[in-house]
Write a protein of this length. Structure first.
Ligand SMILES: NC(=O)c1ccc[n+]([C@@H]2O[C@H](COP(=O)([O-])OP(=O)(O)OC[C@H]3O[C@@H](n4cnc5c(N)ncnc54)[C@H](O)[C@@H]3O)[C@@H](O)[C@H]2O)c1
Length: 261
């Protein structure tokens, strides 16, 4: 087994979901890069490109590409570029979610059809689309796919609303993909992170401050988690250390999810 500094030596890692230095995807990118990974990053649009470009430079990103996952042409262009530059791929990180702000406050009963479909499309179906595009690029020795989920998939969390439904769909996608890709040695897992103040969480999750203080007080470890904590768990799941783990939802939440009262 390789020393931990070498776990990703020469491994080609494609990351979707870096928006800025607070992004969970950035915590994962840094953790894998520190252990030798070669990095490709995507960004949603030109506004975010300005934030992501300097981060890419920090980790010597070999590719920096636009990708809105609701557009199949943009997905195809990313994987064509990866094939041309690297000839293959070892790790795919999916750290993307979106629901319209108005769908994440007020009554879940009032979720619009369009808002429901958009949340599922961007936050869950995109994993299937990216996994399908990545499959032929993984070597015969296999590879690893990682996505990000949240407790709201499993329990009703105030205001999480349609995103909870999208995360439940995402977690089911992880299991179906794990079964179908397992024969190719491709593992598919999710990390269920505790709340972290990121762009998406601060802008989308109403009552984030209360959630953070409640989790910090009640979690068995008496603290909130960081993107560094998530990155370290990603090292385990995406490297050979996690070679026998697939279809798993790994909670990185200070233990909050095991508690009741
Ligand atoms: N922050 C938390 O508390 C928390 C907890 C558990 C899980 N998560 C999950 O972690 C993942 C990353 O979120 P984050 O908290 O780091 O926030 P973030 O805002 O840093 O990342 C969300 C990313 O999704 C991308 N995105 C949105 N719509 C997209 C689209 N159409 N095409 C391509 N990319 C798109 C954004 O550009 C951004 O990079 C999400 O799946 C989120 O649900 C977050």
């Amino acid at each position: 087994m390789a020393a931990t500094q070498e776990l990703f030596e020469g491994r080609r890692v494609l990351v979707f979901g870096v928006a800025n230095e607070r992004s969970i995807a950035w915590g994962i990118t840094r953790a894998l890069h520190a252990r030798g990974a070669r990095i490709a990053l995507t960004y949603l649009n030109e506004v975010l490109e300005k934030r992501v470009r300097p981060l890419g430079a920090e980790v010597g990103a070999e590719l920096l590409l636009p990708c809105d996952v609701s557009d199949p042409d943009q997905i195809r262009a990313v994987f064509d570029a990866v094939r041309a530059e690297w000839g293959g791929l070892d790790v795919l990180v999916h750290s993307i979610a979106y629901a319209a702000r108005e769908e994440m406050q007020g009554r879940f009963l009032d979720t619009s059809r369009a808002g429901f479909l958009q949340a599922i499309d961007i936050s869950a179906y995109s994993l299937v689309a990216l996994a399908r595009a990545a499959e032929p690029l993984f070597p015969s020795t296999g590879g690893s796919i990682l996505t990000m989920t949240y407790l709201g998939a499993d329990k009703a969390v105030p205001n999480y609303n349609v995103m909870g439904v999208a995360k439940a769909a995402l977690e089911a996608c992880v299991r179906y993909l794990a079964v179908e890709l397992g024969g190719r040695g491709i593992r598919v897992n999710a990390i269920s992170a505790g709340p972290i103040r990121t762009l998406a969480a601060a802008g989308g999750v109403k009552g984030l401050r209360t959630l953070l203080s409640m989790v910090g007080a009640r979690a068995p470890l008496h603290r909130n988690v960081t993107t560094g904590d998530v990155g370290n768990a990603a090292v385990f799941l995406c490297s050979d250390l996690g070679a026998a783990v697939t279809g798993e939802i790994l909670y990185v939440d200070g233990g909050f999810s095991i508690t009741a009262m």
